[in-house]
Ligand binder design. Structure first.
Ligand code: FAD
Length: 406
C-alpha cells in the first residue's frame, strides 16, 4: 500500500491530508507531530486564550473520520533520507514513505542575552506556551513586558492590557507593526496602544537584563529601566528545519521549493505552510515564506494536489497572500506582498474617520494593500491585486481535474 507521511500536525499538514482524501488518495496517511495536540487554531492564542475568553480545549479543529489518518503525536521527526525515502524518529525508528509532505511550521525566535530557563520569560507559539503565559500573569500583579511590536507582540499586549494589567512594549522601530501595515496604519495603532495606557519604549535596544528575586530589570539604550514581573518575547520566528539538515534539501530561511511546492533536491516531496519558501510567479518569482493562516490552508491544499499529480503535471502555486490581525477591536486585513513596495499611497479614507486603506506600489502597480477597520475592502480590491500581478508564465495547460480524468 502507498503511504504518504505528513511531518507537522499544524494547519497546513491537516489541510494537506484532507485534500489528499478529497482527491481520492486511498493509501495510508500518517501524520507525525512534535506537539501532543491535534491541530488547533493558533491565532486565538494571542487573543482569546490569553484573556481567558476561550478555553484552550475548544481550540481544536474538527477532524473528519473520513480522513482516516494515523496520528503520531509528540513524535518529532529527527532526520530525512530522501534516497531511501525514510523519516527518522526518536530511538532510531524509521518510517518509510512514498510521498512526503513537509509542514513543520516555525518556532519562536529566542533573543540573544535574554534569560532562558526562567519561569517568568516566555515565547508564544503553542497552546502550552499560551497556558504558561496565562498562569505566569495570574501569579503576579506586576508589569508585563512584551518585547517586539510586530503582529503577535501587539496582540499579546492588547490582550493583557484589556485584562486591566500594566503592560509595556519594547520595540526597536519607532512605530508598532512596522513594515507589515505601512506607516499610516502603524502610527494609528501605536497611538491606540498608547491611549489605552500601554507604556511604549520605542526606538530602543535592550542593553542588559538583570534577574532579581521579584522581577527582571531590563536596561534600555535610552536609559530607561523596566522592571518586569513577566516577559514575553515576540521577536519573530525561525523555520523548523533542523531535522532536515544533511537531507540534501535546500535550506535557506525555510525549505526551498520550486514554484509548484515540490522541494528543491527531493522527489515526491512537497512543502507547505510557514516552513516553505517558494518563488511566487504572480510577483515576478520572488522567493518568500508566508507566515499567515490562510496561506497554510491554501498551500497545504496545493501541495497535496501537486504531490498526487507528480512534478511534471504540477501547477505553480501563485496566491495573493492575505492576513488579518485584531487588537482593541481594531481589525486590520492585508493582502499582497507589502515588502516589495517602493512607495505607499492612501487608497481611501472617509474624511474625519480613522478607517483607511493603504496601497503598496511598485513600478506603478499595486502589489499589496492593508485595510484598517474597512471590512469589504479586501473583497473590493483583491481583483485589482490579481489583475495587476498576473502570473508571468502561463499556468500549465492541463488542469488538475483534466489530469485526474485522464
Ligand atoms: P504550525 O501551525 O506551526 O504547525 C507546525 C507543526 O509542526 C507544529 O505542531 C509543530 O510542533 C510541528 N513540528 C515542528 N517540527 C516538527 C518535527 N521535526 N517533527 C514533527 N512535527 C514537527 N495568522 C494570521 O493570518 N492571522 C492571525 O491573526 C494570526 N495570529 C497568530 C497568532 C499566534 C500566537 C501565532 C503563533 C500565529 C498566528 N498566525 C496568524 C499565523 C498562523 O497561525 C500560521 O501561519 C499557521 O499556524 C501556520 O501553519 P503551519 O501548519 O504551517 O505551521
Amino acid at each position: 500500500e502507498e503511504r504518504v507521511v505528513i511531518v507537522g500536525g499544524g494547519l497546513a499538514g491537516l489541510r494537506a491530508g484532507e485534500r489528499l482524501r478529497e482527491l481520492g488518495f486511498g493509501g495510508e496517511l500518517m501524520i507525525l507531530s512534535a506537539e501532543r495536540h491535534k491541530p488547533y487554531h493558533r491565532p486565538a492564542l494571542s487573543k482569546e486564550v490569553i484573556t481567558g475568553e476561550l478555553n484552550p480545549r475548544e481550540l481544536g479543529f474538527k477532524i473528519s473520520d473520513e480522513m482516516e489518518a494515523t496520528w503520531r503525536l509528540g513524535v518529532p521527526a529527527e532526520s530525512l533520507d530522501t534516497g531511501r525515502r525514510v523519516v527518522g524518529l526518536p530511538g532510531g525508528e524509521e518510517v518509510r514513505y512514498d510521498g512526503l509532505i513537509i509542514a513543520t511550521g516555525v518556532e519562536s525566535r529566542h533573543m540573544p542575552g535574554a534569560p532562558r530557563q526562567d519561569q517568568r520569560v516566555h515565547v508564544l507559539r503553542t497552546v502550552d506556551d499560551a497556558i504558561a503565559i496565562r498562569n505566569s500573569i495570574a501569579s503576579t500583579q506586576g508589569l508585563v513586558v512584551v518585547i517586539g511590536g510586530g503582529l503577535i507582540g501587539c496582540e499579546i499586549a492588547a490582550s493583557v492590557r484589556g485584562m486591566g494589567r500594566d503592560v509595556a512594549i519594547i520595540n526597536r522601530g519607532n512605530t508598532l507593526l512596522g513594515g507589515a501595515t505601512g506607516k499610516e496604519i502603524g502610527e494609528y495603532v501605536t497611538e491606540t496602544h498608547r491611549a489605552k495606557g500601554t507604556r511604549l519604549a520605542m526606538g530602543v535596544k535592550i542593553l542588559h537584563w538583570m534577574r532579581q528575586a521579584n522581577g527582571i530589570a531590563i536596561h534600555l539604550s535610552d536609559g530607561q529601566v523596566l522592571f518586569a514581573a513577566v516577559v514575553v518575547l515576540a521577536v519573530g520566528s525561525v523555520p523548523s528545519i533542523s531535522w532536515l539538515r544533511g537531507s540534501g534539501l535546500v535550506l535557506e530561511d525555510g525549505v526551498m521549493c520550486e514554484t509548484s511546492t515540490h522541494v528543491v533536491g527531493g522527489t515526491d516531496v512537497v512543502a507547505c505552510g510557514d516552513v516553505a519558501r517558494w518563488p511566487n510567479l504572480r510577483f515576478g518569482g520572488v522567493q518568500r515564506r508566508v507566515e499567515h493562516w490562510l496561506n497554510a490552508v491554501e498551500m497545504g491544499r496545493a501541495a497535496a494536489e501537486n504531490l498526487l499529480v507528480g512534478r511534471e503535471s504540477s501547477r505553480p502555486y501563485t496566491p495573493v497572500p492575505r492576513f488579518w490581525t485584531e487588537q482593541y477591536g481594531m481589525r486590520i486585513q492585508g493582502a499582497g506582498l507589502a515588502s516589495l513596495a517602493t512607495d505607499t499611497t492612501t487608497l481611501s479614507q472617509p474624511t474625519g474617520d480613522h478607517r483607511t486603506i493603504t496601497g503598496f506600489i511598485k513600478d506603478g502597480k499595486l502589489v499589496a494593500m492593508v485595510a484598517l477597520d474597512s471590512p469589504g475592502a479586501l473583497i473590493r480590491l483583491s481583483p485589482q491585486l490579481f489583475q495587476q500581478n498576473t502570473v508571468n508564465r502561463p499556468d500549465r495547460q492541463e488542469t488538475l481535474t483534466q489530469h485526474l480524468q485522464r
